[in-house]
Design a protein around this ligand. Structure first.
Ligand code: BG6
Length: 470
């Protein structure tokens, strides 16, 4: 759809950036922090672990000052559950409360709106040992943890995100570490975990509304447009099915309190349906979000399943496979360019995604991740010329403005990542930030913070409320 005139970004638009605790903080066992599943996992060969990361735990003041210098209106970060409850439940760690108290105060004192993710992949290891999300006790532990966060930080935090990319933890449990390969039916177990996470999320949303009537809370899945490989009706049906299984399953429950019909049918067909106890559906119906946060990196394309052993494909990234025999087959989209890591780049898909989510749920949207991972180079004179990142973000923000002009209510943009941090699987050499952190995979160097060219570009963009785009 063409527009004669673009709508401007609202004056109170939340321009910002995102990080997550385990990828940025370091200090993995300091001040009483307990181990998370991430701390106990062995990463891919040749890449660093998350023990020091960007050492934000010790650099947070300097880091927040840099975000303020860029003009950030909002900063999305996550709280490490194991800093608050080292064993996931039970004894509270006052030092953990203190750290986030100081961090939030620092963010606020710089006039930045804190947006808190309550759980970003780093489940307490002690809970994992008792079955993790397969065990319903984890739902109770999450509820207590949520209550503690609301009690301690609710006076300053107005925006809460429940669970980061729950759909990725379920769909790619082999990559993110939620899958238990020793079980007879690991996928059925994943959908049981999913059901429990959905209950935990609904409980947290209800609790937030009871305890903090003026705060807002929402889920933060990874939602992307799904294209059919061709206009063949079989391909179109495959795309619809994948859309339901990948996207709507998660958001329909969060917003409408019910399982999506196509997705439920898929679970039945495959024998993955979770056990639903009396009262569960009431819990799911009672917790409602105020907005939808979502992460978008790339669209995905699927065709009809061939059931010939070729349905499950690696689509670019080494650790993510797409395909479900009998339902859809992951394919490459020949219309799209790829980044250095094989991820397809699709800014128009971003506009499509914003429109699809808004049309379906009619709730305000905030983009909590979008960005380009690249092997940035530090040049002489502390220069990082990341023009490719500027280009990527420019194209996506242009499409966001078009979506806004289409009528989509989007109130913030927090790309990944505010500062360099450790990638989920590709170490610290795969960088996303506006700020370079001077370290190598195994050589910590001086961890100096260096403004990249994208830092100055984003600063100008924020200062002009997006006008410098045009
Ligand atoms: C999102 C996650 O899936 O993508 C982040 O929420 C992650 O934690 C980001 O870092 C980019 O992925 P990667 O694998 O390049 O780090």
């Amino acid at each position: 759809m063409k527009h004669n005139q673009l709508k401007p970004f609202p004056a109170d638009f939340l321009w910002g950036g995102s990080t997550s605790a385990y990828q940025i903080e370091g200090a993995w066992n300091e001040d009483g922090k307990g181990p998370s599943v991430i701390d106990m996992a062995k990463g891919p060969e040749g890449t660093t672990d998350f023990k020091v990361a960007s050492d934000h735990y010790h650099h947070y003041k300097e880091d927040i000052a840099l975000l303020a210098e860029m003009g950030f209106k909002a900063y999305r970060f996550s709280i490490a559950w194991t800093r608050i409850y080292p064993n996931g439940a039970g004894e509270l760690n006052q030092k953990g409360i203190e750290f986030y108290d100081n961090l939030i105060n620092e963010i606020e004192s710089q006039g930045i709106e804190p947006i808190v993710t309550m759980y970003h992949f780093d489940l307490p290891y002690a809970l994992e040992q008792k079955g993790g999300w397969s065990n319903r006790e984890t739902i109770d532990a999450f509820e207590v943890y949520a209550k503690t966060l609301f009690e301690n930080f609710g006076d300053r935090v107005k925006y809460w995100l429940t669970i980061n990319e729950q759909n990725m933890m379920i769909l790619h449990g082999d990559a993110i570490g939620t899958v238990n390969p020793n079980l007879e039916n690991p996928k059925k177990d994943l959908y049981q975990q999913n059901h429990h996470m959905l209950l935990a999320q609904a409980k947290a949303m209800s609790l937030c509304h009871q305890m903090l009537p003026s705060a807002k809370i929402g889920p933060a899945p990874n939602i992307v447009s799904i294209y059919p490989d061709s206009s063949n009706p079989e391909d179109i049906m495959a795309a619809q099915s994948y859309m339901a299984i990948r996207n709507w399953l998660y958001l329909d429950i969060a917003v409408f309190g019910r399982y999506n019909t196509t997705a439920w049918n898929f679970l039945e067909e495959k024998g993955y349906t979770p056990t639903i106890l009396d009262g569960d559906m009431e819990v799911l119906q009672s917790g409602k979000p105020d907005f939808i946060a979502f992460n978008y990196y790339t669209s995905q394309t699927v065709g009809a399943s061939k059931e010939d052993g070729t349905d499950v494909n690696h689509t670019g990234d080494q650790h993510i496979t797409i395909g479900e025999p009998g339902i859809y087959k992951g394919v490459t989209n020949a219309n799209l360019e790829k980044n250095e890591f094989g991820w397809e780049i699709d800014p128009i898909g971003f506009r499509n995604t914003l429109r699809e989510i808004y049309d379906r749920y009619n709730l305000p949207l905030i983009v909590t991740e979008n960005g380009l991972g690249a092997f940035d180079k530090l040049e002489e004179g502390d220069v990082v010329n990341d023009s490719y990142r500027i280009e990527f973000l420019r194209k996506h923000i242009e499409q966001m403005q078009l979506a806004l002009t289409d009528g989509v209510e989007v109130f913030g943009f927090c790309p990944w990542s505010a500062i360099d941090l450790i990638s989920t699987h590709q170490g610290c050499s795969k960088r996303y930030g506006f700020i370079f952190v001077n370290r190598g995979e195994f050589d910590l160097k001086d961890l100096r913070r260096i403004r990249k060219n994208s830092f100055y570009w984003y600063k100008e963009l924020i200062a002009t409320g997006g006008k410098s785009l045009n």
